[in-house]
Design a protein around this ligand. Structure first.
Ligand SMILES: C[S@@+](CC[C@H](N)C(=O)[O-])C[C@H]1O[C@@H](n2cnc3c(N)ncnc32)[C@H](O)[C@@H]1O
Length: 287
């Protein structure tokens, strides 16, 4: 399925994605991930995918499309595609008021619900480089009433590259800009401008690749007390968002919680969740 990159095509500017091919890619990406590319995003997709054409010495985007659909190594290539089309912006202690509300409202409710087992299961469902689940791990470690409890934090993403970074647990100062200084000293080891998480935090989070648009695989996740799916739903259209939120709801225990991004919203989900206004953010509780 490989096609030699012709001399003229090797110049970046000469490889152009036709509208028809753009639509094929959009449909393909949507079917695979639920991520919606808009009418005006062709150039964005073109520039993101160009390195793959070069890597495989393909002459055109059409060839790359066929490679993705039919090549023997398509599964490996899909992983490369997901790395290129996802937006992975994240940082530690993102949206502090929302996290404080989680500690003040949801954590006591989960402790009450689970007082017999003293176990809590939290899922960071679009965890990127791990900043969100590790932030939760630190906040929960610091919460004295949870001493003696078993806290499981599952962290998943569709992008293998960010998961590799997450497992390494090494960050730069900018990513940690909102971490209180005492906690930075307590939970990170600094070396030449890089900050490595201590084993106490790293050991609390289990990372896995999981595509939120993969319904059969989501059925394998059950018994979650709170799922965080922040700053990810914005990449889906209403149909994909409805499917994903429905599937996330099914992973929760009765009365479990869904936390979405501060600037995100859910409409017409009344039969799945009751909404709770906590401070300036909304939390969704499974009906
Ligand atoms: C902007 S980051 C948000 C990270 C973190 N939740 C936060 O709020 O800081 C969005 C993440 O969603 C992931 N993502 C996008 N589509 C996904 C899908 N279908 N399944 C799983 N993860 C997905 C991306 O790879 C990316 O890492």
């Amino acid at each position: 399925m490989k096609h030699a990159l012709s001399k003229s095509a090797s110049k970046q500017s000469s490889v152009v994605m036709s509208d028809e091919t753009y639509n094929q890619f959009r449909t393909f990406i949507y079917e695979q991930t639920g991520i919606s590319f808009q009418n005006n995003q062709k150039y964005l997709l073109e520039s993101r995918l160009l390195p793959r054409l070069k890597e495989h010495k393909l002459a055109s985007y059409e060839d790359y499309y066929h490679y993705l659909r039919f090549d023997t190594y398509r599964d490996k290539e899909l992983s490369a595609l997901f790395e290129l089309i996802t937006t992975n912006e994240t940082y530690f202690y993102r949206d502090i008021p929302q996290l404080e509300n989680f500690m003040k409202t949801i954590v006591p409710a989960m402790m009450e619900a689970n007082k017999a087992t003293k176990q809590i299961r939290i899922w960071s469902a679009a965890c990127s480089t791990g900043d969100e689940p590790y932030t939760l791990a630190i906040m929960l470690l610091e919460h004295l009433p949870l001493a003696g409890w078993t806290i499981e934090i599952l962290a998943t993403d569709i992008n293998d590259a960010v998961l590799t970074q997450a497992r390494a647990g090494v960050y730069d100062a900018h990513t940690l800009r909102h971490v209180p200084i005492t906690l930075k000293r307590k939970y990170f080891v600094e070396q030449k401008g890089h900050f490595t998480l201590t084993a106490a935090v790293k050991g609390r989070v289990k990372f896995m690749n999981l595509n939120l648009y993969d319904r059969p695989r989501l059925k394998l996740v059950r018994g979650i007390d709170t799922v965080f799916c922040r700053n990810c739903l914005i990449y889906f259209d209403d149909k994909a968002k409805w499917q994903i939120v429905t599937d996330l709801q099914a992973t929760l225990k009765p009365n479990g919680y869904l936390v979405i991004g501060f600037s995100e919203s859910l409409t017409n989900m009344g039969n799945l969740f009751r909404t709770m206004q906590t401070g300036r953010s909304v939390v969704y509780q499974k009906v």
